[in-house]
Design a binder for this molecule. Structure first.
Ligand SMILES: [Zn+2]
Length: 295
């Protein structure tokens, strides 16, 4: 009997130990699983957030001039309606420091975020995303940051681009849009193709090229009806600038999207940097800025 009792005790002990071990194992498994679940939901949330953020950009309501308190002298002039044309600032090369100036002077601006990032994760991760996610390694862990690229334009001769970066997605978007509005430029359009001759400002008046990093892009005048023969994100910039037809050539690492976009914008900037005599201006039917202002 004594033996049996001890045996039972040993069995009990073993049983207890087993359950303890099992519990420990479960805890460990839970520990391993928890961060996985957390990550999955976080990634999902970011995706949902991104869609919301992109939609918000499209919905953005009208600009309220009454509520705006200008801080710069140009801003005060715009609010008092002394300046009613954005060309006043662009021609005199006055730096625009408030995005509201652009809002007030160009009321029908379209804002678009370009795909400069890629999604993470398995099952075909690497899909194109609006936010470029980067991380900094620190003692506390990885600190993520979000960057996004915005384009603004009225599809009629005015266009601007900007990059914004922040710890959160929404401020990054606001920064990008703000920078894009401040960086707005006027471009020249015309009909520079030798076989078109339609005298309408639908393409670039002459060949221009821009460079950023290793990327070099050349925009060439194309006949009417060609469309935009460029990389997809560059198409969005040119479309918001008001160019309908263009041929292009690129060189360098065009996979680095930001450099490609900056190069494209530089090419557009160069459209204004040439002095053109009036005779050529008529031949190429060049239009500066808005085509409606002249007509
Ligand atoms: Zn033409």
């Amino acid at each position: 009997m004594a033996r049996k009792k001890t045996e039972i005790k040993i069995e009990e002990k073993e049983a207890i130990e087993k359950t303890d071990k099992a519990e420990e194992l479960q805890d460990e498994e839970a520990l391993i699983e928890k961060p996985k679940e957390g990550l999955a939901t976080e990634l999902g949330e970011i995706k949902e957030l991104e869609e919301e953020i992109v939609e918000e950009v499209k919905k953005k309501g009208a600009f309220e001039k009454e509520a705006w308190k200008p801080k710069t002298s140009l801003g005060i002039k715009v609010k008092n309606s002394e300046v009613s044309d954005i060309d006043y600032a662009l021609d005199k090369r006055i730096k625009i420091l408030e995005p509201e100036i652009v809002d007030a002077l160009l009321p029908n601006l379209t804002v678009e975020l370009l795909m400069v990032g890629q999604s993470k994760g398995k099952f075909g991760g690497g899909q194109k995303r609006v936010f470029k996610q980067t991380q900094k390694k620190t003692q506390e862990g990885n600190k993520p940051k979000f960057g996004t690229f915005a384009v603004v334009g009225n599809e009629d001769g005015y266009v601007g681009v900007g990059y914004g970066k922040s710890k959160e997605t929404v401020p990054a978007r606001e920064k990008a849009i703000r920078h894009a509005k401040i960086n707005i430029i006027k471009i020249r359009r015309g009909c520079g193709n030798w076989r078109c001759g339609c005298n309408e400002p639908h393409t670039v008046p002459f060949k221009v090229s821009g460079k950023a990093g290793s990327v070099e892009i050349t925009l060439l005048p194309a006949p009417k009806g060609t469309g935009l023969i460029v990389e997809k994100e560059c198409q969005k910039i040119l479309k918001l600038a008001g160019i309908r037809d263009v041929w292009s050539r690129t060189e360098g690492q065009t996979r680095s999207k930001l450099n490609l976009l900056y190069a494209c914008f530089e090419a557009l900037q160069k459209l204004m940097q040439f002095k053109i005599n009036q005779k050529n201006e008529e031949i190429l039917s060049i239009v500066e800025g808005s085509s409606k202002a002249i007509a």
